[in-house]
Design a protein around this ligand. Structure first.
Ligand SMILES: Nc1ncnc2c1ncn2[C@@H]1O[C@H](COP(=O)(O)OP(=O)(O)OP(=O)(O)O)[C@@H](O)[C@H]1O
Length: 311
């Protein structure tokens, strides 16, 4: 593990401030969801203010896809309340769904259709549709409109799914692992473009991922899904500023990690006690190190390190 921060490959774009009276884009209270006896979401609460970009982070199987599908009415819920734009989400369809774009994890619909025909067909269902944007993205992302969807690679399909989701100019864009099939270079260019498009007043983006570099690029708020609940939602910069990795090293080693205020996790690795500490009090750590005859290092963990520790 390294204490160096990952350099941000592109300058973060600041979110425009939401209108003070705007309801949250999403408000979830007490959401329960089980598959047979397996409870995936457990009294989950989550609020996403309008105008934010939020990365939903969680391990494989944590329930990210399930949560996103429940939010959009694509999977029935067992209990709880979901409000979208300040009104209850009851079922998919209707006026409000015109304001929501969704990019599923896999896109395998209409394999026989050509890209152009598919987009024309889809446009007919929407009140708003931005043909100039569609043309620009098709060119930039090198999608051949004459190709059949079934003949596209996974990455190309994902791009098409995103074009289709953004073209109606949605106020809320929900993406389930949007760039999982793209190579790192394409991911970087793509996230930059996507976020530039959606960084507009009142536009909200929620995307699930376990690729932490994508969250760094997006300078997103991070929501961590674990044990069926959203454990926290915090701006990435705040997480970075507050969470420190504290390493205490001494030759005789440790039987157990010392007690440190704000420690969220601790472990002993040979001569080292390694702790993840929220808002560490630096003077107290120096005193502790002196008393224990230990060498003290305080590091800023990378987001990936944080994810490994917390998720
Ligand atoms: N249709 C289903 N029937 C039964 N179990 C399901 C179904 N869909 C999901 N699950 C279970 O719910 C849990 C959460 O799955 P989900 O796909 O939501 O996780 P995830 O966080 O999106 O995972 P990943 O990062 O691997 O995509 C898993 O244990 C999965 O097996």
């Amino acid at each position: 593990m390294s204490g160096t921060q990952l350099a941000s490959p592109m300058p973060p774009v600041l979110s425009p401030a939401p209108h003070p009276d705007a309801p949250p884009a999403l408000q979830v209270r007490g959401l329960d969801k089980s598959f047979k006896k397996r409870q995936v979401l457990n009294a989950l609460d989550w609020s996403v203010p309008s105008g934010r970009v939020v990365g939903l982070l969680g391990r494989n199987g944590a329930g990210k896809t399930t949560l996103l599908r429940c939010l959009l009415g694509l999977s029935p819920i067992d209990g709880g309340h979901i409000d979208l734009f300040g009104e209850p989400m009851l079922e998919p369809g209707g006026e409000r769904m015109h304001r929501i774009g969704f990019v599923p994890q896999t896109f395998d619909l209409f394999p026989w259709m050509k890209v152009r025909a598919y987009l024309d067909f889809t446009a007919a269902f929407y009140a708003r549709w931005n043909p100039e944007l569609v043309e620009r993205l098709l060119t930039n992302w090198e999608l051949d409109v004459k190709q059949k969807i079934g003949e596209l690679s996974q990455g190309q399909r994902q791009k098409l799914a995103i074009v289709r989701a953004i073209a109606p100019d949605p106020d809320l864009l929900v993406l389930d692992e949007p760039v999982a099939s793209l190579d790192p270079q394409a991911r970087r260019a793509f996230m930059g473009e996507l976020l530039a498009l959606m960084r507009a007043p009142g536009k909200t983006v929620i995307f699930s991922t376990h690729i932490t570099a994508d969250l760094e690029r997006a300078d997103a708020d991070i929501s961590l899904l674990r044990e069926g609940r959203i454990q926290f939602t915090r701006p990435l910069a705040e997480l970075r500023a507050r969470m420190k990795r504290v390493v205490l090293t001494r030759t005789e080693g440790w039987t157990q990690a010392p007690t440190v205020a704000g420690a969220l996790k601790s472990q002993v690795q040979g001569e080292q006690a390694v702790l993840l500490v929220e808002d560490p009090v630096v003077e107290s750590l120096h005193s502790l190190a002196a008393n224990e005859h230990a060498h003290l290092q305080i590091e800023t963990p990378t987001l990936e390190d944080l994810f490994v520790e917390l998720a």
